[in-house]
Design a protein around this ligand. Structure first.
Ligand SMILES: Cc1cc2nc3c(=O)[nH]c(=O)nc-3n(C[C@H](O)[C@H](O)[C@H](O)COP(=O)(O)OP(=O)(O)OC[C@H]3O[C@@H](n4cnc5c(N)ncnc54)[C@H](O)[C@@H]3O)c2cc1C
Length: 384
């Protein structure tokens, strides 16, 4: 039995939890508890993580500020080409915003490894940690691990993902509305250069996105109904590559699978509240959204950045002070609600179950494409 005291204990060392730990490390005694083994970066030519994210300029700025950017082999999105299911088209170009790129593409594993590397020696990492129980008391929270260690802190942060154990232990309800869709992800080598263009098709059978990776490589997310997701997973690599190439109109010529397909359930999710006495929720533990705009992890970095700023301005105070946590909740509410509403609205507008909206949605894409100021406003919001 051993006991360790900290100011802040973060449960979950994924991208969001690790970024918060790094942002807090200069000012607080921080423990990071992660149940999986430490992430290992991979530089191997054929070894690409199939969880690839579009990281917004705002998130890149936050990560650079805390010393966690850049990861190895990032890719860049300099243009976006969005196609509707009935002739609608919408294009975005970094040049219109006078920026170099609209977003970066990174592998989950390589960004996580770069954050963990930066954390070394700055915070106490308990990994792999098997949490057994938690007690919230008036002035502290105690986390008991299976190996007999107790971690005591004045604030606990749940960064343990959509199925958050800590959120559940605290009795915070999570409203989850499944989309009856799953996200199929895989990486491919492409015959023709992608030109740093992210491509997205709103199709009758779901939403297909090609994200550019370095070299002639792309990562895809195909959000589609459960039956088609199962069917895609059952295909041989050659059949999958042919199907994905055809669904994208052979825009990049023939495709070859680099990383086999994996599948994720998709749901709109929201915790009833993002704080409770001595507890804050961040990242997917607090909210989940449809991946069509590639904003899930960016919302999580927004949580980490805001919570870190609030706590780092309160050095010397109790980090579990309810007034600080309530300020965090207020500061994030609007951004999270807006992003959830936009993504949910787009998903419903382009849902295959709503064929009657076909004309309207394609007209809408074309109208936005030709409406200079509106398009600019949209770009400023989407690529912040
Ligand atoms: C198909 C798909 C595509 C996506 N594409 C994008 C995209 O392009 N851009 C984007 O911004 N977002 C995207 N997202 C969303 C993104 O995956 C999530 O928003 C992001 O991973 C959330 O990060 P997180 O750190 O909050 O949670 P997670 O990544 O889930 O990390 C949680 C961590 O907590 C650990 N953990 C869990 N339970 C415990 C426990 N009991 N004790 C200790 N540790 C624990 C886990 O091992 C993990 O390391 C996509 C999602 C899906 C499903």
């Amino acid at each position: 039995m051993s006991e360790h005291d900290f100011d802040i204990a973060i449960v979950g060392g994924g991208l969001v939890g690790a970024s918060l730990a790094l942002a807090l490390a200069p000012h607080w005694r921080v423990a990071l508890l992660e149940r999986s083994p430490a992430p290992q970066p991979s530089h191997a030519e054929q070894d690409w993580d199939n969880r690839v994210y579009a990281i917004s300029p705002g998130s890149q700025h936050f990560l650079r500020r805390i010393g966690g950017w850049p990861p190895v082999r990032p890719g860049w999105i300099r243009k976006m080409d969005v196609r509707g299911d009935g002739g609608g088209a919408l294009g975005f170009d970094a040049l219109d915003l006078a920026v170099d790129a609209l977003a970066a593409t990174v592998e989950n594993r390589s960004l996580q490894a770069s954050l963990w590397q930066a954390l070394a020696g700055q915070v106490s990492i308990l990994c792999p940690a098997q949490l057994q129980s938690v007690q919230f008391a008036g002035d502290a929270v105690s986390l008991q691990l299976a190996d007999g260690v107790t971690v005591r802190a004045r604030l606990a942060v749940a960064a343990d993902g959509a199925q958050s154990w800590l959120r559940e232990q605290a009795g915070i309800a999570f409203q989850r509305q499944p989309y009856q869709q799953r996200g199929v992800v895989a990486n491919f080598h492409c015959e023709r250069p992608h030109g740093d263009i992210a491509r997205q098709w709103f199709r009758a059978d779901g939403i297909l996105a090609y994200l550019p990776l370095p070299g002639n490589r792309i990562s895809i997310v195909w959000s589609t109904d459960d039956a088609q997701a199962e069917a895609l997973l059952a295909l041989s690599p050659a059949e999958l590559a042919a199907k994905v190439a055809a669904a994208g109109g052979h825009a990049l010529g023939a495709l070859d699978v680099i990383t086999p397909a994996a599948v994720f359930p998709l749901a709109l999710g929201r915790a009833e509240r993002v704080w409770a006495p001595r507890l804050a929720l961040i990242g997917d533990a607090a909210h989940t959204i449809h991946p069509l705009a590639g904003q899930g992890v960016n919302l999580g970095f927004g949580d980490a950045s805001v919570l870190a700023d609030i706590l780092n301005q309160a050095i010397g105070r109790d980090p579990g002070d309810a007034a600080l946590l309530a300020r965090y909740a207020r500061s994030r509410a609007e951004d999270v609600l807006r992003m959830q509403t936009v993504c949910d609205g787009l998903q419903k507008l382009f849902s295959p179950q709503r064929p009657k909206l076909g004309l309207l949605r394609n007209l809408g894409l074309n109208l936005v494409d030709h409406a200079g100021p509106l398009k600019r406003l949209l770009m400023q919001q989407a690529f912040r």
